[in-house]
Design a protein around this ligand. Structure first.
Ligand SMILES: *[C@@H]1O[C@H](CO)[C@@H](O)[C@H](O)[C@H]1NC(C)=O
Ligand SMILES: *[C@@H]1O[C@H](CO)[C@@H](O)[C@H](O)[C@H]1NC(C)=O
Length: 684
């Protein structure tokens, strides 16, 4: 049959062949078209309108069909964002330079006070413009050195992409060799949103709600800490009697990836997305502001918050410096009126994942932004050797490990001029740090559950394309002998200790809803005096429990002077412990880890409470991290290993006196992370 078929239908077969051939060519052509499109515009992007760039009189406008953004020229202030039928997402009442802007706080070296600079550009340039992408630059190049103006070259960039509901901003700050000594304390981007629209703030799944207005704050009563206000007559009645304080909305760098505001009508979101922490100062647990009443949304690149001036950028001896901050993504979203406004938050979190996946971005055009192919990788494994806990190497989980500028052990927490790259190890102790910008680094780590800081012995030099695999690293945490007793968990925070309820009249419901962050309530420092009205805290090893009997902060106590004024006096805490035996002529060790200190001094006396006697140990004056006043549960970490000669100890009951000796302020004090008494080495 077939043969017949072939013979008979020969011409038909030729015809079919022709059709196949044509189809083949057509498919090929399609593929070719697609290849061209992939190079230029992905097909799905073509469904979006092209990006338009328009010059106006004193402004420029970029419109990608989803939203439009207007900048003042040449200053480079964001003056208008039009989206979802709203004329301006930013507050029109504000001056043009007070809506969306970059700014810096600085001063001449060793001078008190702050100089604010809104980094007004003097020159505007279109870096790139086609139907898919616009990149704008507003620069201010220093022409003459004079000590009263900020000696820094500024290049503020904005990128608008086709089909992207939002815009990117980054900035390059540069100082040339030989420029004057200055201190720079803060660098950020700020947006002041339309007050009538944006009423709901979201920082995390737990921390979000209807917020007071700027007007509510203005009419409220300022509390002792000047940024905190008691809302006496807010427009939203359920906020009445609550405290509002921007520091209650702080977040650690590692968790500060998306936050912002929602307008309930029309249902619109404005989000600050930070796709990478590499350009943030102070490492993964540095805390900073996010969004707060205003409505205001910030991107904090560096600041003294929760660290003190020690984290300021000190420029001395004319050292040159350049750093790229960002890009960050300002994301706009909206839903139809019948949908729940919280879908805006869920969608913003999804967008944050999309942005972090895309990091490092391909589209920024500044030569100073280092692309993915120019970056490097470091990987390895970190184990712990603590022979008093385990005879074999311990495999800790979730070790924080990262690269930062070369420095001393632990220096990353105040490092600010370079980039930092952090990750956490997996449950087998392995780590993989990618996207590292070329440079010279130290490798630092700390291990939750263990005291102290790790630093790798060698410098690590990254060049484009580096793939460095380190041998197994071993961290030896401080340890001089067996544990006799311990208080707390070595995790660099005071979270595990007793955190009181706030005064009923000084609450913020936002911190109640999220019970684990009760420490963010206002005024907890004064709760100490109320809980310990007569005697100071006494902790009895063996019967006390640090979760209920160790107040989270070693604060001062308030008393009233004869004239009725409130004043604060130092407090002395006691740790009472029994020793069955004391080994003569040996040293015991007190491992003391502090989670925060602010204008404090910790004096330690052993079995001698006479404050006239010199203490056995003192930290001296330490700290300005202000974590007590700003409701952080930690500031900067400090660790002391203190020898305690056996002749200070006795068989039976012993008492260790911990005196925070700097009185007078409610916010002077310490937070402990962890305390351990170690016996002398066995068989010494
Ligand atoms: C890295 O920095 C350290 C400390 O500044 C320096 O001693 C070392 O030579 C540097 N290494 C490289 C490769 O630049
Ligand atoms: C105890 O430590 C001190 C230093 O803090 C040292 O001078 C002393 O020799 C040590 N004593 C013993 C017995 O090791």
């Amino acid at each position: 049959m077939k043969k017949v078929w072939w013979k008979r239908k020969w011409s038909y077969f030729l015809g079919l062949l022709g059709i196949f051939l044509q189809l083949f060519l057509l498919i090929n052509e399609c593929a070719a078209t697609r290849r061209i499109n992939e190079k230029n515009i992905p097909l799905d992007l073509q469904t979006y309108p092209p990006v338009k760039f328009i010059r106006l009189n004193k402004h420029v406008l970029v419109d990608n069909g989803l939203f439009s953004i207007t900048f003042s020229v040449p200053d480079g202030m964001v003056v208008n964002i039009k989206y979802n039928g709203i004329d301006n997402l930013l507050e029109n009442k504000n001056k043009e330079n007070n809506r969306g802007y970059w700014d810096i706080v600085w001063n001449k070296a060793e001078k008190q006070g702050n100089i604010f600079d809104k980094l007004e550009g003097t020159k505007f340039e279109v870096i790139f413009q086609d139907e898919n992408q616009v990149e704008l630059s507003f620069t201010r190049i220093l022409k003459t050195l004079n000590s009263s103006s900020l000696s820094m070259n500024i290049d503020k960039r904005f990128i608008i992409l086709r089909g992207s509901s939002g815009f990117y901003s980054y900035a390059i700050f540069e100082r040339l060799e030989g420029w004057p000594d200055i201190d720079v304390y803060q660098g950020r981007m700020a947006f002041k949103l339309n007050e009538k629209l944006f009423s709901y703030m979201a920082i995390s799944d737990e921390r979000q709600r209807i917020m007071p207005t700027a007007q509510d704050r203005a009419m409220g009563r300022q509390l002792d800490y000047k940024e905190a206000v008691l809302l006496t007559g807010p427009s939203t009645s359920f906020l009445k009697g609550e405290v509002d304080d921007k520091y209650q909305y702080s977040v650690e760098n590692k968790d500060n990836k998306v936050h912002g505001w929602i307008s309930p009508s029309p249902k619109t979101g404005f989000w600050m997305i930070t796709p990478s922490s590499e350009f943030q100062a102070g490492g993964p647990v540095k805390q900073d502001l996010t969004s707060h009443t205003g409505p205001i949304t910030l991107s904090m690149f560096f600041s003294t918050h929760y660290a003190g001036e020690i984290i300021g950028l000190r420029f001395r001896n004319g050292e040159p410096w350049k750093k790229v901050f960002g890009p960050i993504f300002i994301y706009l979203n909206s839903v139809p009126n019948e949908e729940d406004i919280l879908t805006l938050w869920t969608d913003a979190k999804e967008q944050m994942l999309i942005e972090t996946e895309k990091w490092p971005y391909e589209f920024p055009l500044s030569q100073d932004f280092v692309g993915a192919d120019q970056r490097g990788i470091v990987c390895g494994r970190l184990l712990v050797n603590d022979s008093y806990m385990s005879k074999t190497l311990i495999t800790p989980n979730s070790t924080f490990i990262g690269l930062a500028a070369p420095g001393d052990v632990g220096s990353w927490q105040i490092e600010n001029k370079g980039y930092q790259f952090w990750t956490q190890t997996n449950n087998e102790g392995y780590f993989f740090i990618n996207n590292i910008i070329p440079g010279n680094y130290s490798l630092y780590a700390w291990v939750p559950g263990f005291i102290g800081d790790y630093k790798y012995k060698d410098y690590i030099s990254i060049i484009p394309g580096s793939r460095i695999r380190l041998q197994t690293l071993v961290y030896y945490p401080p340890r001089n002998g067996p544990t006799l007793w311990e208080i707390g968990i070595p995790d660099r925070t005071a979270e595990e200790f007793f955190i009181p309820n706030p005064q009923p009249k000084l609450q913020n419901q936002l911190c109640i809803a999220h019970y684990e962050e009760k420490f963010r309530q206002y005024g907890l420092w004064d709760r100490y005096t109320e809980i310990y009205p007569n005697n100071d805290l006494i902790y009895i090893v063996g019967s006390s429990n640090y979760q209920t009997d160790w107040f989270f902060a070693h604060v001062n106590k308030y008393i009233y002077k004869d004239n009725g004024d409130k004043t604060y006096i130092p407090t002395t805490w006691q740790i009472v412990f029994d020793l069955q035996e004391v080994k003569d002529f040996s040293n015991y060790t007190l491992q003391l880890a502090l989670a925060s200190s602010n204008e404090a001094e910790l004096q330690i006396r052993i079995n001698d409470q006479n404050p006239e006697h010199a203490p056995h140990f003192t930290t001296g004056s330490i700290g300005k991290d202000n974590a007590i006043a700003r409701h952080g549960i930690h500031g900067l970490y400090r660790m002391y290993s203190i020898d305690i000669p056996s002749d200070l100890l006795t068989i039976g009951s012993n008492t260790m006196f911990l005196k925070q000796s700097r009185g007078s302020s409610s916010w002077s004090g310490l937070m402990y992370d962890y305390i351990r008494l170690e016996g002398p080495l066995k068989n010494e």
